[in-house]
Write a protein that binds this ligand. Sequence first.
Ligand code: PNS
Length: 160
Amino acid sequence: MNRIAVVPGSFDPVTLGHLDVIERAAGLWDEVHVVVVHNPDKSALLPIAQRVALLERSIEDAGIVGNIVIASWSVGLLVDYCTDVGAHVLVKGIRSSVDVAYETPMAIVNRHLAEVETVFLLPNPANAHVSSSLVRQVSALGGDVSPYVPPAVHEYLQET
Ligand code: PNS
């Protein structure tokens, strides 16, 4: 049986913390779908297509190859995507108790909705402070985000 996990997120933009979780998931499941989801609670910086393109480049540059599918999902529930592709597991990175509080209700609802389990992975402590919102803010104010993002994202943010 091909065991599939879905790593969802806004990825606005993808950070080194995301890449760490994706790489770890790729070592644990046969196939990993990295899915860019529109989060209506957050105001977006990058269009979805750009986030997908930066994920593709960053994952390739990081040498995470072979079992990754990159997709986006903007119609309906995330668990509908999981059902469509035959995935029973969502993977989320947990940096702190704040993340646990944010993720727990979603994990319980997703299990009720479609028997999709959520697995939490702890990040590399070096990335525990990194978030897309922090990257967006530092970048908008002219700071150097290269310690927090893959080179492809750093280049893109410098050009825009
Ligand atoms: O990177 P983010 O913004 O923390 O990711 C949050 C995201 C997009 C994974 C979350 O908002 C989500 O799961 N959205 C899917 C919408 C959905 O299915 N909601 C109902 C059950 S929780």
